[in-house]
Design a protein around this ligand. Sequence first.
Ligand SMILES: CC(C)(COP(=O)(O)OP(=O)(O)OC[C@H]1O[C@@H](n2cnc3c(N)ncnc32)[C@H](O)[C@@H]1OP(=O)(O)O)[C@@H](O)C(=O)NCCC(=O)NCCS
Length: 300
Amino acid sequence: MNIKTFSSNDFQSAAKFCRMNMEYDSLPDFLFKEKTFDDPDYDPEMTLLAEEDDEIIGFMMGVARTIKTGKCGYIKLMAVKPEKRRQGVASQLYNIIHAKFVKIGCERERIYESHPNYLMPGIDPRYTEAICFVERKEFKKFNDTSNLLCDLTNQTFSTMKEEEILSKQDIIVKRAEKSDEKQTLNFIKEDFDIWIPEVTQAFKNNPISIHICNYKDKVVGFSAYDTNNLNTGWFGPMGTSPTMRGKNIGGILLKRCLADQKKQGHQFAIIPWVGPIPFYMHYCGSKVQRVFWRYEKILE
Ligand SMILES: CC(C)(COP(=O)(O)OP(=O)(O)OC[C@H]1O[C@@H](n2cnc3c(N)ncnc32)[C@H](O)[C@@H]1OP(=O)(O)O)[C@@H](O)C(=O)NCCC(=O)NCCS
């Protein structure tokens, strides 16, 4: 077996390999590119291919990010060809990436949930071999989360009447414009600073994929889409200022994004890594689509 670092020459074959060997996920080329080359922390030294006779038999990608608690290394994608499993392929790839994480001073490692650019917020336990693998590598399950699925085909998302009611209280909901970016980001910094990368991405999209709520000309809420896993119907993040909750602002903001996503031609929106399941169930009837187990290993 030969292990080499990933390069643009391997793009097509590696994308196809991941598609073939991660049965619960769909990874079109555009998404594989977003997850690899377009990751702000992409490091070819931590993106590895295992080959035999010039054929890929394993792929593993690591990224390191600085989060609030310090540096964290993520195993972001991994797959081994079924006939080559249980022969130590993933272990060899992991050992190389793990050594790099240690060398650059990562304090912890996590699996898949490499926010803000991630495919899944943890391991879908139907990938049971992956659960066995990470537990063998001494990762501990510390939480779980889920993605919701919202059917866009059987509902309309008109918010005109609700917005009229709010406007009488000086509460205005609108699609954000470029000129709103600075004020919106200032608001996000106060209450939701973890989402700065997503909101920045939403302002780069064309059209801008974020709606905001102003109260007395100050931003007090937002909802965004197409900020990760772009063009797949990915909703979020969203948030309302704690002082303004309970006024239907969140509901309107949510529906405005879902209306956009429907208009884009999506039949479903994915509401990832939730969060307040009853809120989404109430406003758009979304249901749990996938469950993810979150794993962590603290490095000494
Ligand atoms: C998860 C995956 C990458 C593991 O690759 P692999 O090359 O088979 O892993 P290794 O051979 O290095 O396994 C190392 C250890 O993990 C554990 N393990 C791996 N697969 C296992 C299985 N099917 N049953 C029990 N334990 C398993 C074992 O402890 C194993 O060591 P051992 O064989 O000495 O007992 C592979 O099963 C795979 O591609 N699965 C589908 C894609 C996937 O799940 N991707 C992750 C999505 S979240």
